[in-house]
Design a protein around this ligand. Structure first.
Ligand code: AMP
Ligand code: GLY
Length: 422
């Protein structure tokens, strides 16, 4: 079976890694891959757009496309493939464009949650035309103020400020000065929720769903979870504060109505639903939907799944997820991300990474790396995910940090406090 994975970060490295373990004979194809992915797949090199993708599917007789990142989904890669006679038989794991609206438009997601009574922060959406109403809305609320660009903004579209004056400035900046481009033509103003966040991943085949192990990510660059937002500096799974009661509340109040809503709306959806949750005094609320797996959570979630990953993907396609029983490794998994100095702001690339061959107690998933003349170089803000497992998360973390000590590159940085809050 010929499988093409879109995306070339650590999340996708996990997908490749899991598919290589499959009992089925698979040929894996990647697009402009990082160092690790290039060594375990056939690397295709092209500018990513749908026409080039179509040609790659035809040229390499691709049977299945697994979509890693959100942008191709939001732009309708599923619909493109399914509506094209020459490639419509290719299996696509990922939702249709309508389904991807759950991530592509916060306003859409809010309407959806309101219609299906899914607990989330109270909110109201505004455009340039309703700026003054927006300002009045802010005046009637207490801080902190949460302002969200409606469209995709690479995880940077949420601004939280304490003071009303700052909130007004941010709102005007988003709506009038388009501080997030087209993505902030609509802004969602939301009630601030206080609690611990966690990540919920659901496999959905359009009829049945399966919940993957819960995870928690650490988004900020600074220790103690302060400073700028990043793509994610670490993650852990399982989540210690998830008990059966919370699990059932999430299932009943959030997951069931979400999948029922998608079915009721007639939305084609065969893929992952990633629900960002916050636990407010024992009650779960949705912070956001994503329509893909999370990064860096995938690095601790999928290695815990013992099933043949390809069989899971085929069950999504064949709508028989109800016949899959997940086999979950009870061990604790931790992921500490190694980043380039300066990330998430500007950083340099092209530094030699040494010590990779010394790692034998952790798994390395590559993010921004490049193989050049048999040497592995840094090639991005987030460089490597160091994943370890043990019978408790402290031991697992210790392993990850010991492994990190064996790796070196100029400007190597990581957070020393992953899991600090548990
Ligand atoms: P999002 O892109 O919607 O996940 O938001 C990014 C981050 O902003 C979340 O992970 C939260 O830490 C924070 N956030 C978003 N919405 C809220 C809210 N209503 N209350 C408190 N924090 C929030
Ligand atoms: N870890 C958060 C995300 O993937 O968006």
């Amino acid at each position: 079976m010929n499988i093409l994975i879109i995306g070339s970060g650590a999340r996708e490295h996990v997908f490749f890694h899991k598919l290589l373990e499959s009992k089925t004979n698979v040929s894996l194809f990647s697009i402009n891959p990082n160092a690790a992915i290039s060594s375990i797949s056939k690397a295709l090199h092209f500018d990513f757009n749908f026409q080039n993708l179509k040609q790659a599917i035809i040229d390499n007789s691709i049977n299945l496309v697994l979509v890693g990142p959100e942008i191709p989904l939001i732009e309708g890669v599923y619909d493109f493939i399914k509506s094209n006679n020459e490639i419509c038989n290719t299996i696509v794991i990922g939702p249709s464009k309508n389904g991807a609206m759950l991530e592509g438009s916060k306003d859409f997601a809010k309407e959806f949650m309101s219609k299906y009574n899914i607990p989330t922060a109270q909110s109201k959406s505004f455009t340039k035309e309703s700026l003054s109403e927006g300002i009045n809305y802010l005046k009637n609320k207490k801080g902190p103020y949460v302002l969200k660009a409606d469209g995709p903004a690479a995880g940077k579209g949420v601004v939280i400020v304490d003071k009303l004056d700052d909130a007004k400035i941010v709102l005007e900046d988003m709506l009038v000065n388009n501080s997030f481009g087209k993505s902030s033509e609509t802004v969602v103003i939301e009630e601030f929720l206080s609690g611990i966040e966690m990540s919920c991943f659901v496999l959905f085949d359009g009829k049945n769903y399966l919940t993957l192990p819960y995870a928690k990510d650490y988004k900020r660059i600074g220790e103690g979870d302060v400073g700028l937002n990043t793509g994610g500096m670490g993650s852990i799974s399982p989540v210690s504060f998830m008990d059966e009661e919370m699990y059932n509340k999430i299932d009943e109040r959030i997951i069931k109505p979400t999948v029922a809503g998608l079915i009721n709306e007639g939305i084609e959806y065969k893929g992952f639903i990633f629900i960002g949750l916050i636990n407010v005094n024992g009650n779960p609320y949705v912070i956001e939907y994503n329509v893909r797996m999370g990064d860096p959570e995938t690095q601790v979630v999928l290695p815990r799944i013992k099933n043949d990953f390809l069989q899971i993907l085929l069950a999504i396609e064949n709508q028989n997820l109800d016949q899959v029983e997940l086999e979950i490794d009870p061990k604790h998994y931790t992921n500490v991300v190694l980043a380039s100095k300066g990330y998430p702001e500007s950083y340099n690339k092209g530094f030699i990474i040494t010590g990779l061959e010394k790692i034998n107690r952790s798994i390395i998933f590559h993010a921004g790396t490049l193989l050049k003349d048999n040497t592995v170089l840094t090639n991005g803000g987030r460089v490597i995910s160091m994943v370890s497992s043990a019978d408790n998360f402290r031991k697992a973390l210790k392993k990850s940090y010991e492994s990190i000590d064996l790796i070196d590159f100029e400007g190597k940085t990581c957070r020393k406090d992953i899991g600090f809050d548990l």
